[in-house]
Design a protein. Structure first.
Length: 398
């Protein structure tokens, strides 16, 4: 098939379903047995996985009706891809775009009162922009922030500001939310921090209710929060990384099997036998300690395969591990296939499973000093996404 030419990412939709079912079962339940509704986070091209294939699958096959994106372009792109459910923009949108937000029936995050007033200034008379109000409870990123006060005074200050936003003509406030900074940690100190964040958003919600400011949604769970907090009060759970089958924190167990949705494969361009003492790749950072078979693979950092893997990590060829040798180049890298019987044209698995061996994005992240999120988000546009469903490839997105 066409996509087998060089380097491609396989995206397995069936695994999304398993991950979502596992996550849903792990969510806390209230007295009536209800859980948070799932809001699928499809920002950054579904964390590099291909939103054009995934979002419609989530909506039409898995029945998801809440989506979150990072910006207006992504939101409009989701509408153009047939998403009719609710779409929340988690980040900043220039207020001049208020009309476009309204026209596409998108929900915008409001970070502070002056921003809400700016949005309102740009909306046509008689129209309203739907918003969720972000409360900064400890992430110190975006959101209403009570300056110089804490505790009850902070709750009141935030509620005063939120109330002004709700009252702003042209603004239709439907929810409040916050973002947890350390929900993926079980250190006692971090657990206390998370509990404080949760207490604050719930206190704000309760105080607003007391003031008869009625908002339908109050949400704060991300993947880690949904897995570890046993919370039944967040009305939505913003499911990101776990949907794609990766852990929020590989050091903490996930209470159900995760199925990584992306596999990254490439092909062996050439295999050569080299003498001991032969240098490999730029900078001569690797010298063969003995006679070796070296395979050149058709992927590099321009495909999002990190250069930090130079002389670290391994790929899988024929179900065996082939350690990377020398520097990863822009479009190619070399690996040691001595004795593995590898030949030109063989498939190399960079992320995923081959036989009994697996390399995960988290494994690669650990070697590169980063997180799995960054690895999958970084797989570049040059890499076609091959969509699998019921075990078979059915579409290729380039
Ligand atoms: C990205 C993001 C999420 C999803 O986080 P995961 O750790 O991937 O589940 C949730 N909420 C906000 C505000 C985000 O920016």
């Amino acid at each position: 098939m066409d996509y087998l030419k060089r380097t491609w990412a396989e995206i397995h939709l069936d695994r999304l379903k398993l991950n979502m079912e596992g996550f849903r079962a792990a969510l806390g339940r209230d007295a009536a047995g209800n859980t948070a509704q799932i809001m699928c986070v499809v920002k950054a091209d579904c964390y590099g996985h291909c939103d054009r294939a995934i979002a419609p699958f989530l909506q039409d096959t898995l029945g998801v009706d809440w989506f979150a994106v990072s910006n207006l372009e992504e939101a409009v792109h989701m509408r153009d891809s047939g998403i009719t459910g609710e779409i929340l923009i988690l980040g900043y949108t220039p207020p001049e775009a208020a009309g476009e937000i309204e026209r596409y029936d998108i929900i915008q995050t409001v970070t502070e009162l002056p921003y809400a007033r700016e949005l309102a200034r740009y909306i046509a008379p008689g129209k309203r922009v739907r918003v969720h109000i972000k409360i900064d409870t400890g992430m110190t990123r975006i959101g209403l922030h009570a300056q110089g006060v804490s505790g009850e005074a902070a709750v009141n200050a935030v509620c005063d500001e939120a109330q002004e936003i709700v009252r702003t003509p042209g603004i239709c406030a439907e929810g409040i939310f916050t973002h947890l900074a350390v929900a993926d940690s079980d250190a006692p100190d971090d657990a206390a921090y998370t509990e404080n964040q949760r207490a604050m958003i719930l206190a704000v919600a309760a105080q607003l209710k007391k003031r008869l400011v009625l908002l339908e949604q109050v949400h704060y769970l991300n993947s880690a929060g949904g897995l570890y907090l046993n919370d039944s009060q967040s009305t939505l759970a913003r499911l990101g990384i776990v949907l794609y089958g990766l852990c929020p924190n590989p050091a903490l167990a996930v209470p159900f099997p995760l199925h990584p949705v992306m596999e990254l494969r490439s092909r062996v361009a050439q295999v050569k036998t080299v003498k001991a003492g032969t240098c490999v790749s730029y900078g001569r950072t690797f010298t063969a300690p003995r006679d070796m078979e070296i395979a050149t693979v058709c992927a590099g950092y321009a495909d999002g395969y990190p250069r930090a893997l130079s002389n670290r990590g391994a790929v899988l060829v024929g179900g065996k591990r082939a350690p990377i040798v020398g520097r990863v180049c822009m479009d190619q890298f070399m690996c040691d296939v001595t004795g593995l019987g590898v030949k030109s044209g063989d498939v190399a698995t960079l992320i995923g499973t081959d036989g009994c061996e697996t390399v995960t994005a988290d494994d690669i992240a650990a070697l590169c000093g980063t997180i799995g999120y960054e690895i999958v988000c970084g797989i570049s546009k040059r890499v076609p996404r091959v969509i699998f469903r019921d075990g078979a490839a059915y579409n290729v997105y380039k």
